[in-house]
Ligand binder design. Structure first.
Ligand code: B12
Length: 214
């Protein structure tokens, strides 16, 4: 972890200084002080996952969390030119991955980061969106014919919807491999009832998940 860089970044976020936070991060990338994946892992992810608000007034905490998420979202989108620079198609016909958050799952920062990791690993990765109803997900699979569908689930309470979704996918598209990722699956037994092929716990494992799961 780049602690000094993280502390500086956090100071800017705590002031909700979007312009400075974005400029700071883009300078780090431009000067090659950190890599794209270090930025995702060491700065962006912990700045949200470890978000805590000590204020008495919980209403203030909520808008502060939303404000921070919005800044991180902007920064994440601003890193896309670096993804384009670094992504390298493994072949002329790279395998296709659709990344999606099931219905009611609004947490999407992790899904977008995972999408970028798939792109960096040479996949034709497409992010479908947050809170996506099952019929739309099935329709996307039909149209885009992916090799893999990656489900990003953060909220543990969305596991029941996810179970139904995995059953619907396997019933209609038995050849499409289902990847599970996100905080919801870190709970013990979270994957027990689900139909899936691969569970990837860390985004860093995306680079070689096919070798590991052969
Ligand atoms: C930001 C945030 C929100 C934002 C999300 C905005 C957005 N556009 O994404 C908003 C405000 C919408 C929100 C809403 C809610 N939230 Co919220 N939220 C968070 C917070 C603070 C950060 C989440 C985040 O983005 N982390 C950063 C990302 C990068 O990390 P990540 O998601 O874990 O992703 C990483 C890995 O998991 C992995 N990964 C993720 N997806 C995938 C997919 C694949 C294929 C792979 C390989 C890997 C992978 O890679 C990522 C990078 O390492 C967390 C706190 C926490 N501890 O995480 C609470 C948290 C997730 N929320 C929580 C809750 C309860 C809610 C609400 C119910 C609150 C409410 N009462 O309204 C709603 C639910 C909305 C819904 N129905 O989905 C709880 C969930 C608890 C649970 N039940 O499981 C948490 C943990 C807070 C808490 N401590 O209670 N939230």
């Amino acid at each position: 972890m780049n602690q000094l860089l993280y502390d500086r970044f956090l100071t800017l976020l705590e002031k909700e200084d979007k312009d400075q936070a974005l400029t700071y991060v883009l300078d780090l990338l431009e000067n090659k002080t950190i890599s794209l994946t270090e930025l995702y892992n060491d700065l962006l992810t912990p700045s949200l996952t470890n978000f805590s608000c000590q204020l008495e007034d919980k209403e203030i905490c909520i808008w502060k969390e939303h404000a921070r998420t919005s800044i991180i979202r902007t920064i994440l989108e601003a890193t896309y030119p670096y993804v384009i620079q670094k992504k390298s198609a493994k072949s002329d016909n790279p395998k296709r991955v659709l990344i999606v958050c099931p219905q009611e799952e609004y947490h999407e920062i992790g899904a977008i980061i995972a999408t970028n990791y798939f792109l960096l690993a040479g996949y034709d990765a497409r992010y479908i969106g947050a809170n996506t109803p099952t019929p739309e997900i099935l329709s996307a699979i039909k149209a885009l014919k992916p090799d893999f569908i990656a489900l990003s689930v953060t909220n543990y309470y969305n596991l029941f919807t996810t179970k139904k979704l995995t059953e619907a996918i396997k019933a209609q598209f038995p050849d499409v491999k289902i990847i599970l990722g996100g905080q919801a699956f870190t709970h013990p037994k979270a994957t027990d009832q689900l139909l899936f092929d691969i569970h990837i716990q860390q985004v860093d494992d995306i680079a070689d998940f096919e070798q590991v799961n052969k």
